[in-house]
Design a protein around this ligand. Structure first.
Ligand SMILES: *Cc1c(COP(=O)(O)O)cnc(C)c1O
Length: 474
């Protein structure tokens, strides 16, 4: 962008800001920002890149340095950055209107997204309720399930006031989503604020074989919980196939379906959180398709707008929707909504992103990337500091440990921040990845070329070598 002499001051100031050096921007960031999930005391020592631009699978910092975006900007940028079709759709929408409310009005882009979503969503999807984050999509599903039973006139449903969730689950950071979350590090502090949910165990163990051997115990525990409390639950909520934020913990094959079938048999509604797994990540359009399950309520976010704008959705079946119909004075209305519900720009981006998802070739590319990750990462099979590589479609978690002898595993001490060290080593080599604890996460944009994918895998492996070799022995 060039600024003519005498251009308006605001534009000149904006331009000056966009040509500020990275060091200057970093200093300004440190003065005014509070970053998410970040111990801010350590932040002042970090030489974090300040992103100014992106292109395809790359992000570009304020000094012009290019990085491969190895986690699709926190699992969002489904088709990469500056995707011509999405850019054009958002620009065209800007030429019409940026936002109008869905309270008392319709909005053209929201209708188009809903039609598109319903034609591709798993199961008996009938209605789309929009919001602006995955957490909100989950809150909405929980409240819908709760209210659904309150309004059911049959004998007993009013007792269905609790939720069943899974150990290690992550459904977002708002209080309802935290209530059905099972990651102590994130959730324990808030325990006194949370509503009551029952947490069922998931198969644990340091290897796929160990977890598979643990399935029977978990299903028995699940049956036991349902036998005792089944009639008290409004719904089961779960991430299908893989628990993302827990460190890409892939369930043994068939576990998702087994718990969903049991929950259904006990009369629970099933809320499926596909905020992370939706839109091709699993190798199918939705993990529900891969797992052979059908949700009553489906939560979507992250990639829904192609990662462009904060847009999320809760998709309900006709059965759920019909439970809310009544005369005005019946008060069956779902009294919930957000200011930006159905935002036009977000929906315009989503319409374009969903078109790209439906293009022939999208799922093939997603699967090719998934396979490429699987093949490339076999290099880590016998790595002394890699416990295992877990992969679900194009979602990868590589857990690094101090040592492992069979099932006898010694993790790195928390203070070593080994996952973080690996991500710093990767960044020095021009790749951005973000760990979950000591699990290195890869979730590439699904536009990555074969060469870029090879680079992502090679740099990740090299970074693990760098960091684990460089680490002082305990
Ligand atoms: C990221 C995520 C959420 C929360 O979404 P936000 O947009 O961060 O609120 C919920 N569920 C799953 C499975 C997620 O990965």
């Amino acid at each position: 962008m060039t600024i003519e002499p005498g251009a308006p001051t605001a534009a000149a100031a904006a331009h000056a800001s966009r040509s500020a050096s990275q060091a200057e921007l970093r200093a300004r960031d440190r003065r005014v920002l509070w970053h998410p999930f970040t111990q801010m005391r350590g932040w002042s020592d970090e030489d974090f890149p300040v992103i100014r631009a992106g292109q395809g699978a790359e992000l570009i910092d304020a000094d012009g340095r290019r990085y491969l975006d190895g986690t699709a900007s926190l699992w969002c940028a489904l088709h990469g950055h500056r995707v011509p079709r999405i850019d054009a759709a958002v620009a065209a929408q800007l030429g019409r209107v940026a936002h109008s409310t869905l309270l008392g009005l319709g909005g053209e882009p929201s209708i188009e997204v809903a039609e598109s979503l319903l034609s591709m969503a798993p199961g008996d999807a009938a209605r789309v309720f929009f919001s602006d984050s995955g957490s909100s999509a989950v809150e909405i599903a929980l409240k819908m399930a709760f209210q659904y039973w309150r309004q059911d006139a049959g004998p007993g449903p009013q007792q269905r006031t609790r939720f069943l969730c899974l150990q290690n689950a992550y459904h977002g950071d708002t209080i309802g989503a935290v209530s059905v979350g099972g990651i102590d590090l994130f959730h324990e502090t808030f325990r006194p604020l949370l509503f009551d949910a029952v947490v069922a165990p998931v198969p644990t163990g340091p290897s796929r074989a160990a977890r598979t051997a643990d399935v029977e115990r978990c299903l028995q525990a699940f049956d036991g919980i349902l036998a005792e409390h089944g009639h008290e639950f409004a719904a089961l909520i779960l991430e299908p196939g893989v628990q993302g934020a827990a460190g890409m913990r892939v369930y043994p094959d068939g576990f998702t379906r087994a718990v969903v079938e049991r929950a259904r048999a006990a009369g629970l509604l099933v809320i499926v959180d596909e905020v992370a797994t939706g839109f091709g990540r699993s190798g199918e359009m939705f993990a529900c398709d891969r797992e052979g399950i059908e949700p009553d309520l489906l939560c979507l976010g992250k990639g829904l707008s192609g990662g462009y704008l904060p847009l999320a959705a809760t998709v309900a079946t006709e059965r759920i929707y019909a439970g809310f119909l009544g005369d005005y004075e019946d008060y069956r209305t779902f009294f919930h909504g957000h200011t930006f519900t159905g935002n036009a720009l977000g929906c315009a981006a989503a319409v374009a992103s969903l078109e790209l998802c439906r293009d022939t070739g999208f799922l093939e590319r997603a699967r090719a990337i998934a396979d490429g990750l699987g093949r490339g990462l076999t290099r880590l099979d016998d790595h002394p500091h890699v416990l295992e590589v877990r992969r679900y479609g194009s979602m990868v978690g590589i857990e690094v440990v101090q040592s492992t002898r069979g099932d006898d595993v010694t993790p790195y001490s928390t203070a070593r921040r080994m996952g973080h060290q690996v991500s710093l080593a990767a960044r020095r080599r021009g790749v951005l990845i973000r760990p979950l604890g000591d699990t290195i996460v890869l979730m590439p944009p699904l536009c990555m070329t074969a060469d870029e994918l090879t680079r992502l895998v090679d740099v990740t492996c090299d970074a693990i070598d760098d960091a684990t070799r460089g680490a002082p022995s305990p």
